[in-house]
Design a protein around this ligand. Structure first.
Ligand code: SF4
Length: 165
């Protein structure tokens, strides 16, 4: 069966930095859950971050691929360097995806881990820019197609085209 890696916060788990979930009430997600397709992961919790935790952003106007290549760091809003934990979380997400044979992922946009169309720009000012989070960058480098929560209909269309979904 085709399986989908999904951000735990989208699946309803209260694991975000602020202690909340980001539940997606979309009918597709409910259907995939009922079919047993969802593989939930929170890269940050898997890496050992507590919940709640200080917000963190990739520095500065960079993205997840830069972090993986050693060209950018991730700081939280206290100034602590949390780069290594974010990379560990990304590796965990990749291991989960590979172990469960997930070729698709549906991840929460805007996150320094899970963002796929935008992330915050590192200034802690609320500004965003088009870039990916660290987990997304690592998943994409291994051929896994990542969709944002705003792109769930596009993901559903892709899955419907699969010969043996
Ligand atoms: S790391 Fe991803 S799964 Fe975890 S709370 Fe952030 S967006 Fe959700």
């Amino acid at each position: 069966m085709l399986k989908i890696l999904v951000s735990a916060c989208l699946a309803g788990y209260p694991v975000r930095y602020n202690g909340a979930a980001k539940p997606t009430r979309d009918a597709w997600l409910a259907r995939w859950r009922a079919e047993g397709r969802l593989v939930t992961v929170c890269p940050e919790v898997a890496a050992g971050f507590p919940t709640p935790r200080p917000p963190a952003e990739i520095q500065l106007h960079r993205g997840g691929a830069d972090v993986l290549a050693g060209r950018a760091t991730i700081l939280d809003n206290t100034g602590a360097d949390v780069t290594a934990l974010f990379i560990a979380g990304a590796r965990h997400a990749l291991e989960r995806a590979l172990a469960e044979n997930c070729r698709y992922a549906l991840l929460a946009d805007g996150s320094p881990s899970c963002g796929s169309t935008f992330i915050h720009d590192g200034s802690f000012s609320g500004r965003t820019h088009p870039a990916t989070g660290v987990s997304v960058a690592l998943l994409q480098q291994h051929g896994i197609r990542v969709f944002a929560d705003s792109q769930i209909d596009e993901l559903a269309a892709e899955i419907a085209r699969e010969p043996s979904c």
